[in-house]
Design a protein around this ligand. Structure first.
Ligand code: NAI
Length: 319
């Protein structure tokens, strides 16, 4: 089969001056895309700025015969980054929201500034940049968006409450953007990477660090952004030459009352707790309709219990 190419496509990669973003930018450019290499060029904790990081990657791409332009805006000014793409290349097709910083502190010690800056870069930055590109994607009937989450968001990690919250926020953002873009062939997925970079050099064990090359994740992101890829609204984890899909599952749960006219007691919750939390049999929940549908089925069950017992239902329920 033919190589997957991005000729004539314009790809914006935020935070592309280093680490994962750099690997994405180099790969897209090597497959024919025109790339906007965005990077504020600041420190790991969100301090300062410099044009060096973005310029370095643009030079690398050009040396390899590719096409790229640098952009030094912060992602909180996302509309300026998308403008760079349109001004230089006349269009935009793919947006990789990748820029990131860390301000690790144990939960009790997180200051408002630690919280706000991490949320501004990860969550607001992805919102601003995506919102600027979204109408263009919809008009042209094609667009691919990547949000970057983290295992710290999905599972938590000591000292990263601000970062975890922002990273899980991105999963929620992607879920709804995916629904709103679907009909226009505008798809949005989440990457959960683990890679050697400035953000992880003192976090990952040294023997693992050298194995976790960003280049091993870039093809997963690139495939998700290809016009032939129909994945939408998914969370894909990738590291060390491996990729898998993460999803939300729900236990079969337990009814907490027998009739629709019954209330629910705290003791009933206690007595059913094992069943409520039993994950040995799980159901995958893909949509809010599926989640609500199961609740409706429980209600129907209760109603028919009531009818079998010849009692009238005087309660109305809304979800
Ligand atoms: P990195 O520090 O090498 O790259 C991040 C880049 O974003 C830097 O070049 C930085 O200058 C840029 N940046 C920071 N704030 C910016 C802003 N406001 N506007 C524009 N650019 C900005 O880090 P890495 O590891 O490559 O991280 C990339 C993304 O992947 C981040 O969102 C990070 O949270 C996420 N991630 C990384 C993991 C890893 O194992 N490396 C694990 C999970 C998530």
């Amino acid at each position: 089969m033919a190589d997957l190419r991005f000729d004539d496509r314009v790809v914006v990669v935020t935070g592309a001056g280093a680490g994962l973003g750099r690997a994405y930018a180099l790969l897209f450019a090597s497959r024919g895309a025109k790339v906007v290499v965005n990077d504020l060029g600041g420190g790991r904790h969100g301090d300062g700025s410099s044009s060096k990081a973005a310029d370095g990657v643009v030079e690398e791409i050009r040396r390899n015969g590719g096409t790229a332009v640098a952009d030094y805006n912060s992602v909180v000014d996302g509309e300026k980054i998308i403008k760079t793409a349109v001004d230089n290349f006349g269009r935009v097709d793919v947006l990789i929201n990748n820029a990131g910083i860390l301000r690790d502190k144990s939960f009790a010690k997180i200051s408002d500034a630690d919280w706000d800056l991490v949320h501004a870069v990860h969550l607001k930055g992805s919102f601003k940049t995506t919102q600027a590109a979204f109408p263009i994607f919809k008009r042209q009937g094609y667009g691919r968006i990547i949000m970057t989450s983290s295992n710290s968001g999905l599972y938590g990690n000591f000292g990263q409450a601000n970062y975890s919250a922002a990273k899980m926020g991105l999963v929620g953002l992607a879920s709804t953007v995916a629904i709103e873009g679907a009909r226009s062939n505008v798809y949005c997925n989440v990457i959960v990477p683990t890679a050697a970079s400035r953000l992880t050099e003192d976090i990952l064990p040294p023997e693992l660090y050298t194995e976790l090359k960003p280049e091993l994740i870039a093809p997963v992101v690139a495939y998700l952004c290809h016009e032939s890829c129909q994945e939408n609204g998914s969370v894909i984890e990738s590291a060390a030459g491996w990729a898998g899909k993460c999803t939300v599952v729900r236990s079969n749960g337990s009814l907490l009352r027998t009739k629709i006219t019954d209330g629910v007691s705290i003791e009933a919750v206690r007595d059913k707790w094992e069943k409520i939390t039993d994950l040995s049999k799980v159901e995958r929940v893909n949509t809010i309709q599926e989640a609500t549908g199961a609740l409706m089925a429980s209600l129907e069950g209760l109603r028919s219990n009531q009818e079998e017992n010849g009692e009238e239902d005087s309660t109305s329920y809304e979800f």
